[in-house]
Design a protein around this ligand. Sequence first.
Ligand code: CO
Ligand code: CO
Length: 322
Amino acid sequence: MLSGLSVPTDDRVLIDYRTHDDAGVYRVGEDTTLVQTIDFFTPIVDDPYQYGQIAAANALSDVYAMGGTPLTALAVAAFPAGEIEMDIIRRIFVGGLDKLREAGVALLGGHTVRDQEIKFGYAVTGTIDPRRIWSNAGARVGDQLLLTKPLGTGVIATAIKFARATAEAADAAVASMLRLNRDAARALALPSVPDAVGGCTDITGFGLLGHGSEMARASGVTLVIDSTAVPTFPGVAALVKGNTTGGGNTNRAHFGADIGFASSINETTQALLFDPQTSGGLLATIQPGAAEAVRDALRLAGVPAWTIGHVAPRDTNTVVIR
Ligand code: CO
Ligand code: CO
């Protein structure tokens, strides 16, 4: 959206929208560097309390994905005039507040407007060590690719909306979306191996292939992903047909030309790799020498993680799936 604007350069801006990173980074002074992001969206689950929690976990995720610590949040909300019970709105806010509290983040305020469709989320501010910012541009040839949550929340949220989701798929996706990426980020920030993480991003609207593609482009590399190693939610494959979102098709139209699929990769797998995620996991590239220590740290923190491929020198594709 901002690409056509000429924004003056400011040397206190360390990272802005131009590199497609998760959040902006701004140096206030010698000792203080801020990381800032905003995210809000329409309901993706039926339960208002869970929707509020997921909106908070999702908004905080961009700060964790860059290696930052979120500190404060401002709520951003839209509700239709008079059509919605006060109690439902209250439960959305309570869900968000409970998730912020779990993350140790203070709610400072917010802004609500009238709109046809419900929307809810947060603008989040945190701090970050300017010497250790995980960006899209940090992936190094030879790094392993690590993913910390299964794919399929877009398909499952659509299936939930039309009452087509199995309880197994819905429960797994909701539990995953509720989970903060905080513990994953902490485990990745192993102090003993300072450069263990190369690039890092969270998987959200662009899906694994969209976010992977942006990381590959920013780092000048190609991501090689083993499709059989990519985790998906139980039962989601059977839901793909009939529940593929508009966002999934948009992702395929936008990023598809840069992706190299082996002929063995079927339509269902491709759809899940393009599926837009809400509160998705971290995709991190890990120096091979630190991979075992990182996996141990994640295990100790109770964070599931899957090694899904590696980083190769740039070829004609941004991402190769085999
Ligand atoms: Co992000
Ligand atoms: Co975001």
